[in-house]
Design a protein around this ligand. Structure first.
Ligand code: FES
Length: 165
């Protein structure tokens, strides 16, 4: 675990060095924040401090940029990230209704996390499974041909599996 953390820090450091001559101003910072979120899943205060130090810019500025863009998560995601696809193929097959069903069932909004920290909710553009639209991804598993009823059943399966552990 410690080694993995060290590796992530090193990868982030190398990324910052590699883009510093190509990007400028906030686009440089945004590229770095994307990279950090990809590595850590979200942007913790600690990660932002590390970036601030290496880029020699105030953490407050990084915080401002990170909160401006909805794409960035500032809190740890749930154990399972639920991604509802709103790409065209899914949209025309009822993705908005699927999204509503998920929101109601989890009692959270987009970007939210359930009280038990089991699920967090986000949108996806296209998950590459248009043939089985509408699609919802839970963790790294794709669930196709969803209906508002089926998606709740899928979420219940995760809850049940969790209780068994
Ligand atoms: S549009 Fe949803 S999987 Fe492609």
């Amino acid at each position: 675990m410690e080694v993995a953390e060290k590796d992530k820090k090193q990868e982030l450091k190398e990324f910052i060095d590699s883009v510093k001559d190509k990007e400028h101003g906030d686009s440089y910072l945004i590229a770095v924040l994307h990279k950090a979120q990809g590595l850590y899943g979200y942007l913790s205060r600690e990660v932002m401090d590390t970036i601030a130090q290496q880029m020699q810019i105030p953490t407050a500025h990084i915080w401002g940029v990170a909160t401006f863009y909805h794409y960035f998560n500032l809190t740890p995601p749930g154990k399972y990230v639920v991604s509802v696809c709103l790409g065209t193929a899914c949209y025309v097959k009822g993705a908005p209704q699927i999204l509503e069903a998920v929101k109601n069932d989890l009692k959270i909004d987009l970007g939210g996390i359930t009280e038990d920290r089991l699920f967090s909710l986000q949108l996806a553009r296209c998950l590459g499974a248009c043939g089985v639209a509408p699609v919802v991804m839970v963790g790294d598993k794709i669930h196709g041909e969803m209906t508002p009823k089926k998606v709740v059943e899928v979420l219940n399966q995760y809850r049940k599996a969790e209780k068994k552990q």
